[in-house]
Design a protein around this ligand. Sequence first.
Ligand code: GAR
Length: 209
Amino acid sequence: MLKIAVMVSGGGTNLQAIIDGVVDGTITNAEISVVISNNPGVYALERARNAGIDALVISPKEYESREAFNAALLAKVQEYNVDLIVLAGFLVVIPEAMIEAYENRIINIHPSLIPSFCGTGFYGLKVHEKALERGVKVSGATVHFVDKGTDTGPIILQQPVEVLEEDTPKTLQQRIMEQAEWKIMPKAIDLIANGRVTVTDGKVTIKNN
Ligand code: GAR
């Protein structure tokens, strides 16, 4: 049974898709051991508690230095002895020590087709603003492993989504969540939990059943 920590900063719709996936069998051989937020009072924490999952706040504001915060975050996932860390809208830079300790065991969802509209400064609605500014006809979402760069790790799954002429950043964000993020995030976790994902030379291979 793969033990998962989900890290969140906001509303937690991707967290909800994972919770639902475990319940409805889209995700097998996995359980969410803990949900960690850097923000107190976000709805993601309530979603976790409603599902009977430990929900914790580890906020940089509670620590005297970034190093102390980073150490606390790493200590907490180690305490829960998790096998996989899932960043589901977690808008904090992941400490290097955590990336080293969990190589190819941290995954992130990004709301574009990487390598478009990603990297430093591209998060949340900003990604969709930039996509609309550029006039792309297709956007989407990507689940990838986390390495030391920003959105540069091995790509696991991508799902394209059509951009409509009347889209605003908000309507595009919503459609990408519904048609891509909430599908490929649970799917990627299920593939990992069932030993179907391998990484070689920075590239992911998915084994067939
Ligand atoms: C999602 O759209 C996710 O792709 C994005 O934040 C949102 C979180 O929503 N993540 C990033 O932009 C990371 N660079 P949620 O809290 O409802 O899951």
